[in-house]
Design a protein around this ligand. Structure first.
Ligand code: ADP
Ligand code: MG
Length: 694
């Protein structure tokens, strides 16, 4: 433990380091910027930059980079040396305030969803001083936002920061009504990251894994996850070594990696950090994902972060635990006293309303080609968004909704406050693992995000929709004589109006999907079904109202979502076609030839022999080869059609309806052949080999 404490955050230019290294006036000015979101003065920036550089160089850094998150969602970096050659032939190390505050990457190769075409070709990055700079691989990384010169956000971080502002402003107003004067409210996130670890030697023999992150072929293994022995099971030595190194590297970077364990599927694991402020939590999650990949390679392993690397066993998700807090209080903590309970009820109700009104946006936030394999596949929440509150809280909500008519609002409220809430048992809340959005004691756990996703989108949306409900609340109680009464009436009316979104049963059943339909809840099955809702007038208006996206920015994200989807399926389709032609077809033929030779050899050796089994196998191989040829042709045709389709939505639809469907059929016939071709003759490692190693 001593060592952890000593090494924790040593590679981060954090508050402690700043206090130590910055002149006190500079430290104060910077703290103000960080705490209140004030712009940073260039004079201050110069001093900070110098101290940062000295510190970074002392820790072995030679370069710096603005570390940002373009619309691809993956972090980007361009390294610049601190080097400054002098006239006399020597060189010094420099880093200016200007270089700290703003950078200018060549923006033209990042997806912009048409923003750049409409506006200005260049983009710039701007330091997000609320997320500390850190050193990674001898490079000082400065977390930044990325915008076009006309101010449009070209990244994932800018809208997230805007949404945090929006929800802070509304929450402060609500708290003001409760008599609390709070300058800032923050949203917090704890991201549980699932991933697979497989052996490098297997990975390298699977072009599908290398090019697409998932297996496009593969018969089910003889043993899957049915024995349920992997979840929380003892961690194998190689994996353990990997996890230890990962923890240590993360701790140095100030990422509070806390929990690690084996997950449900063989070779699947999870890492959960301690929660922190949303933008930092997301930076940390991206950093974690990157370190997982690089550290795995030092152990002869490959870390797969795709949502569904293997068919037939669980895929990987990324639970987004979310709450909202002042600097000393979690506003989603039910608490014990009636007064603070009313406040809790208001925040809870705001979330209920937000999730119901904007189911579509939450669904869109997690929609991707990879995640489409999980949602609704009986291993992850369904594609229908609903909320789980747990028995205790549900009782409270039901009591509020059905509150007997003869009782005054006050009486119901007092009953609830005194009798029900104090008996609230936090641990009873979280035993429904099938819900997409579950209240877990003092936070909500959004379980739909996929393992590969950048959580900025989900949190941008969560923050914005909750801001909207909090604003609705403020408007509803505005000018009321009796605030508490008005607040409680809003809670009751709002819960009543939105109770359809609350579902405490098993989300994996078909009955629920039927029931959800009756309730009028959306069931957006795929990315292609979900994406068009981004352009619904109510959603455009919402983002505009809170200054999170203007219409151009919103449209850009819609374009990028469809474009990315189409590109990914195109790569998958092409990889599949290529592998079928170059590996599977030759393997099936060669094996058929081998069997034919065997038949002939047997007959030659003894003409009376009847090689029935061999003949049957040969027939199967021959039929299989024919089926493969047929399905392959269909896949190629579907790919051609999709590639030739112009309109972005239509194109994505062709990829979904025709290319994916053809891929599924081709896979089926290829996997059948895998089942009968000898291990030696099969051209790639199978699930049995990949998923079970020591
Ligand atoms: P689970 O039971 O889902 O496996 P845990 O209860 O261990 O998970 O915690 C899950 C995550 O929730 C952790 O990352 C934790 O830090 C985070 N978490 C706890 N409280 C909050 C909060 N107030 N806001 C955001 N995340 C939180
Ligand atoms: Mg969880």
């Amino acid at each position: 433990m001593g060592r952890i404490a000593e090494e924790y955050g040593t590679l981060v230019f954090n508050d402690h380091t700043m206090q130590e290294l910055l002149p006190s006036a500079t430290y104060k000015a910077l703290s103000k910027t960080i705490k209140q979101g004030k712009p940073l003065d260039i004079e201050v920036a110069n001093v900070v930059a110098h101290a940062m550089k000295e510190w970074a160089v002392a820790h072995g850094a030679t370069h710096y980079t603005h570390w940002f998150q373009p619309l691809s969602g993956i972090t980007s970096e361009k390294h610049d040396a601190f080097l400054d050659p002098q006239k006399d032939g020597r060189a010094i190390m420099t880093f200016s305030g200007k270089a700290l505050i703003q950078g200018e990457p060549d923006a033209s190769s990042f997806p912009s969803g048409g923003v750049r075409a409409t506006f200005e070709a260049r983009g710039y990055t701007a330091w997000d001083p609320t997320s500390y700079a850190f050193i990674k691989d001898e490079v000082l990384c400065i977390p930044t936002a990325f915008c076009s010169y006309t101010g449009e956000a070209l990244d994932k971080k800018t809208p997230l920061l805007r949404s945090m502002e929006a929800v802070s402003k509304q929450a402060c107003q609500v708290l003001g009504l409760f008599g609390q004067d709070v300058p800032r409210v923050t949203t917090t996130v704890g991201a549980e990251q699932e991933y697979f670890l497989i052996r490098e030697e297997d990975y390298e023999q699977r072009q599908d894994l290398m090019l697409t992150g998932r297996t496009l072929f593969g018969a089910p293994p003889c043993k899957g996850q049915e024995l349920e022995e992997h979840y929380f099971g003892a961690i194998r030595p190689t994996v353990n070594e990997f996890m230890k190194e990962l923890d240590e590297e993360l701790w140095k970077l100030g990422v509070a990696a806390k929990t690690k364990h084996n997950e449900v599927a063989p070779c699947q694991h999870e890492l959960a950090p301690m929660f922190t402020i949303s933008n930092v939590a997301i930076d940390h999650n991206l950093l974690t994902m990157e370190l997982m990949r690089t550290i795995a390679s030092r152990h002869g392993l490959v870390c797969l972060q795709h949502e569904k690397p293997f068919a037939g066993v669980n895929g990987s998700g990324k639970h987004n635990n979310w709450s909202i807090a002042t600097d000393h209080e979690n506003l989603l903590d039910p608490g014990k006293t009636p007064a603070s309970n009313l406040r809790f009820l208001v925040f809870l109700t705001a979330v209920v309303e937000a999730v119901d009104d904007y189911q579509d946006l939450l669904r869109i936030a997690v929609a991707s080609a990879g995640n489409d394999h999980r949602l609704g596949a009986n291993e992850a929440p369904p594609a229908v968004v609903s909320m789980f509150l747990g028995d205790e809280l549900d009782r409270v909500v039901q009591a509020i909704i059905t509150g007997e008519e003869e009782k005054t609002v006050d009486a119901v409220y007092m009953d609830l406050g005194v009798d029900v809430l104090p008996s609230f048992e936090r641990d009873n809340t979280d035993r429904n693992r099938t819900s997409p959005f579950a209240f877990t004691g003092n936070k909500f756990e959004f379980r739909m995000p996929g393992s590969q996703i950048n959580l900025a989108d989900a949190n941008t949306i969560l923050n914005t929709i909750v801001a909207k409900s909090l604003k609705n609340f403020c408007e509803a109680v505005d000018g009321a004589d009796d605030f508490e009464k008005a607040a409680f009436s809003w809670v009751r009316a709002t819960l009543t109006a939105h109770q359809r979104i609350i579902f405490n049963g098993d989300g994996y059943t078909d009955e629920w999907i039927e029931e959800a339909k009756r309730r009028g809840l959306l069931n957006l099955k795929s990315t292609v079904d979900a994406a068009p809702h981004m352009l619904d007038p109510k959603n455009i208006a919402l983002f505009k109202e809170f200054g999170v996206f203007n219409e151009v920015e919103n449209h850009a994200r819609y374009e990028v979502k469809l474009e990315t989807y189409a590109k990914l399926i195109n790569i998958e389709g092409q990889t599949m076609s290529h592998m079928t032609k170059r590996k599977i077809v030759p393997a099936v033929s060669a094996y058929a030839e081998q069997i034919a030779d065997t038949i002939n050899a047997k007959k030659q050796a003894n003409s009376k022999l009847k090689p029935k089994a061999d003949l049957k196998l040969l027939e199967k191989l021959n039929d299989g080869a024919n089926d493969i040829a047929e399905e392959l042709e269909e896949l190629d045709e579907a790919l051609e059609k999709a590639q030739a389709t112009e309109d972005a939505l239509e194109k994505a639809r062709v990829y979904h309806d025709e290319v994916l469907a053809a891929m599924g059929r081709l896979r089926t016939v290829c996997d059948e052949m895998e089942g009968i071709v000898s291990t030696k003759a099969w051209p790639m490692p199978t699930y049995n080999k990949i998923l079970f190693y020591c």
